[in-house]
Design a binder for this molecule. Structure first.
Ligand code: 6R9
Length: 653
């Protein structure tokens, strides 16, 4: 730790005292419990944190590995655990959701009201013939209705598959077909950044493409008032159907392994995979991580800025906060509208105490604050904050420090949570009242998660040596299979290279030689090998972003005859995009800077400037496109999920 010691941030005393995991000894004790009695550890939590209709008698069933089962003979209902039990516990009048629209309009929904809405929606689904085990696709904006729709599916045992509202008709069609959905819940449109965007017309297009004839009913939420065509016998306004329904609905008690949802996510090859999640194991870790990672308390106001179209919006909006009886903020809009102070304004207005967002948002808000004093977080009262989180990609130390200092006022621990669609919940993350923080490191495994780093043969490598991130034992909230493609599940996540015994996350990692802290080095295919030196693209990006002129950077590899791979950096400057002599000078300056920061070997061979980077609407940089650009290839793949396709031309080099 010696060289990093000065960079460690310790949790504030006041937080440690009342924390769910108070101090490192408490953390180590949990880790030890799980090591000594793995099944007992999870079973105890499952009994304590969930309400079971029928208690389970088996914990982990490995007989059909890697198709693991958890709590298989237990029965429960996820929506009951999220809503009825809060109402039964006297939280009926507690605010469950503070919804803020794109236009700034705020509405609040209590647990009792939410339960009523969910029951009406559940009855509406039943009234159009949706049954337990059916799939329902949800194509909705960030809204109370989106959460209600998910909970309603859970209530009747229908498996939902949420498709992000930014996806194209083609992507929606593919997911409708692959999931075999019998119903679709959508809205007329959505508001984003002051604009009304259509959704129902896109849904109509998807349905007209063929392949999704199983969809017999489309329920439409009214949001924008935009014009829509209703197909007789198929489409109905959801409000009208719900109005005729009672506001109570007996939950469908399902087995713990019953598929709660499918969520499609991109793999390294082929079509998106339908990641199938369970009911019991999934909900257990959603609740447990709300406690351990976010230290959720009755008075907290929790805000996760993700969209319900991504896994983060499932676990940390639709399920985790509700199953914890928390009050949460749900936001329809974008962080830069009406200006880039929106997040800070909302934290101030709603007295948010736990804030969970993505590095890409932080970096763009840093850029905005540098350009315009008025939207700097220092202009807002952010004193309600006590814990902050980061998710989705590695957070570079410079952004971490800014977030910590300017948003958290230097007093709020940042939980850098590493996890994936497939893992269901946090895998490697600090505990805010225990773990000393090291900017850029997601630190240590969640208690009970046995993560480690191995080489190509599956042998653990010593700390200090980079390798492949794997998980040694199955965990309750893990992916159960790839919907309709069990072989792909096996080959993607339990490859033969590791004798089918280790879960392959698809990321590289390195553990600090002294502390064992994990640093994610990026997707395995993002790790570069330049002249035999292994380097994380993230490391170089971090160095670039540490330069005063740089707002954001993405680094990819390009095959190179002499060095194996060459480094190509795509850079967004804080100032205007340079051209001509100015560009040449800046390239030199940045290359020298990286050489100085990491070593000459890390100097990018090619640096290109853009006003932005190609990103998905969830804010992930599309590295595969960058790799193609780096090689000078024509972009042939589908760019319909890009937020900003026009940026590609600037980056052609
Ligand atoms: C939750 C989510 C998963 C991939 C994952 C990794 C990257 C996520 C990270 C992180 C470094 C973190 N990732 N969190 N990398 N530090 N804290 O994002 O799920 O969309 O499936 O992405 O995102 O590469 O493998 P998903």
């Amino acid at each position: 730790m010696s060289e990093n010691a000065q960079k460690l941030y310790y949790p504030p005393e006041a937080l440690v005292k009342n924390a769910a995991v108070p101090g490192m000894e408490a953390y180590q004790a949990l880790v030890k419990q799980a090591e000594e009695d793995y099944e007992g550890y999870w079973a105890n939590h499952a009994r304590k944190l969930l309400d079971w209709h029928k208690p389970f008698s088996t914990v982990l069933d490995e007989s059909d590995a890697p198709f693991f089962k958890w709590f298989a003979d237990g029965e429960l209902n996820v929506s009951y655990n999220c809503l009825d039990r809060q109402v039964n516990n006297g939280l009926g009048d507690k605010v469950a959701i503070i919804f803020e629209g794109d236009d700034g309009k705020v509405s609040k929904v209590t647990y009792k009201e939410l339960l009523g809405k969910v029951c009406k929606m559940a009855n509406a689904l039943k009234s159009v013939g949706v049954k337990c085990g059916d799939r329902v696709v949800i194509y909705l904006p960030m809204s109370v209705e989106g959460i209600v729709a998910m909970q309603a599916c859970a209530r009747i045992g229908a498996t939902h598959s949420v498709v992000f509202g930014g996806f194209s008709a083609q992507s929606l069609r593919d997911r409708l077909e692959s999931s075999g959905a019998v119903a679709l819940i959508t809205s007329d449109g959505q508001f984003r950044g002051g604009k009304a965007l259509p959704l129902k017309p896109i849904a109509d297009e998807a349905l007209s493409m063929g392949g999704c004839e199983a969809v017999k009913n489309v329920l439409v939420v009214k949001r924008t008032g935009g014009e829509v065509t209703m197909v007789a016998g198929r489409d109905q306004w959801v409000e009208e159907v719900m109005a005729q329904q009672p506001d109570t609905c007996e939950p469908e008690w399902v087995g713990a392994e019953h598929p709660l949802f499918l969520l499609y996510t991109s793999g390294s090859t082929g079509k998106p995979k339908g990641v199938q999640h369970s009911s019991g194991g999934y909900l257990l870790q959603a609740v447990l991580s709300m406690q351990y990672t976010f230290d959720i308390k009755p008075d907290d106001v929790f805000w996760c800025t993700a969209d319900i179209g991504w896994v983060t919006g499932h676990t940390y909006i639709a399920y985790g906060p509700l199953a914890s009886g928390a009050t949460q903020v749900v936001f329809e809009g974008v962080p830069t509208y009406p200006d880039a102070g929106r997040f800070w304004q909302m934290i101030q207005n709603h007295k948010v105490s736990i804030f969970y967002t993505a590095p890409t948002a932080i970096r763009s808000l840093i850029k905005a604050a540098d350009a315009n004093e008025k939207v700097h977080p220092k202009n807002y009262d952010l004193s309600s904050l006590r814990i902050m989180g980061s998710v989705g990609e590695p957070i570079n130390p410079a952004a971490w420090e800014w977030y910590h200092e300017n948003v958290g006022g230097g007093r709020c621990p940042i939980v850098d949570t590493f996890w994936q669609t497939e893992t269901g919940a946090h895998m490697i993350t600090p505990m805010p009242g225990a773990t000393p923080l090291l900017p850029g490191s997601c630190t240590l495994p969640f208690p009970g998660i046995q993560a480690t780093v191995v080489d190509e043969t599956g042998t653990e490598v010593p700390w200090g040596q980079g390798g492949i991130l794997v998980v040694k034992r199955p965990w309750p909230s893990m992916i159960r299979t790839v919907w309709g493609d069990p072989e792909r599940f096996k080959s993607s996540y339990y490859p033969a290279d590791f004798q089918g015994k280790l879960y392959l996350a698809g990321d590289g990692a390195i553990r600090d030689a002294e502390t064992g802290y994990f640093t994610i080095t990026g997707r395995i295919d993002d790790v570069l090998n330049v002249s035999g030196h292994r380097m994380g693209t993230m490391e170089i990006e971090s160095a670039l972003v540490a330069h005063e002129k740089v707002a954001e950077a993405a680094v990819v590899g390009r095959p190179d005859d002499t060095t194996g791979e060459a480094i190509v950096a795509f850079v967004v400057l804080k100032g205007p995009r340079p051209t001509g002599d100015e560009a040449v000078a800046t390239i030199k300056e940045l290359a020298a800077w990286v050489g100085k920061e990491i070593g000459p070997i890390a100097k990018p061979k090619d640096i290109r400037f853009g006003e932005n980077l190609p990103k998905t609407r969830s804010g992930k940089i599309m590295r595969r496109l960058l790799r193609q650009l780096a090689k000078g290839e024509e972009i042939t793949q589908d760019t319909s999920t890009l937020e900003n396709p026009a940026i590609l031309d600037q980056l052609k080099g």
